[in-house]
Design a protein around this ligand. Structure first.
Ligand SMILES: Cc1cc2nc3c(=O)[nH]c(=O)nc-3n(C[C@H](O)[C@H](O)[C@H](O)COP(=O)(O)O)c2cc1C
Length: 189
């Protein structure tokens, strides 16, 4: 049997109820139904201290090693961040800062691997600044942005009160993103 496509998903917020996490979970469900094996890192559960090079020697070493191993072995990525003041959240960026440990890998960072992006904002037409910031990060990590990456506005009501409240249109956009991410990850494997 051929090996499964491996996707590493990183995202969410530090809030107990998170729209970003809710959308990430919908995408993970879709990726799993396509046949992917998804390794999930919820920002809130990771509880990583601010990045510094010595962090890997501290008490979080186990979590950091696990995260880096899931990034090294992934065929593709799903990144999901809330919009804070027009850009990604500090907590999300802090986790991505840990990818600096991959700078001396050969090839470095996430070279040549696709990343599907979800930016989640509170205001109606917001999110594009955050999506752009995420695209810039993926490019600087030498990855490939999946074209169907999405910015979602009016996200405040998407989580809580018994689960999934996303519109059919949003579900279609998420499905397309997942299909593109899955197919690209397989082609570039
Ligand atoms: C510190 C902070 C800054 C925010 N800045 C923006 C913003 O610039 N534009 C916007 O549309 N929403 C903004 N929001 C709203 C969040 O993007 C929105 O509530 C999002 O759903 C939060 O994600 P979460 O539910 O996963 O925590 C901000 C929220 C916080 C807490």
């Amino acid at each position: 049997m051929p090996e499964k496509i491996r996707i590493t998903a990183i995202g969410g917020s530090l809030e107990p109820v998170s729209s970003t996490k809710a959308l990430m979970e919908l995408a993970i469900k879709e990726l799993t139904s396509l046949g992917a094996e998804v390794n999930v890192f919820d920002i809130k559960d990771l509880e990583l201290p601010f990045f510094r090079y010595q962090a890997v020697r501290g008490k979080n070493a186990g979590k950091i090693v696990e995260l880096l191993s899931a990034i090294r072995t992934a065929d593709g990525f799903l990144f999901a961040s809330p919009e804070y003041h027009g850009t990604i959240s500090g907590a999300f960026k802090n986790v991505l800062d840990y990818l600096e440990y991959l700078s001396k890998d050969e090839p470095p960072y996430i070279t040549g691997k696709p990343a599907g992006l979800i930016a989640v904002a509170g205001a109606e037409s917001a999110g594009s600044g955050t999506l752009n910031a995420m695209m810039n990060i993926v490019h600087s990590l030498r990855g490939i942005v999946v074209p169907g990456s999405i910015a979602v506005g009016s996200a405040g009501s998407l989580a809580g009160n018994g689960g999934d409240r996303s519109s059919d249109q949003l579900k279609r956009r998420l499905k397309r993103l997942c299909l593109e991410l899955y197919r690209l990850s397989g082609k570039l494997k």
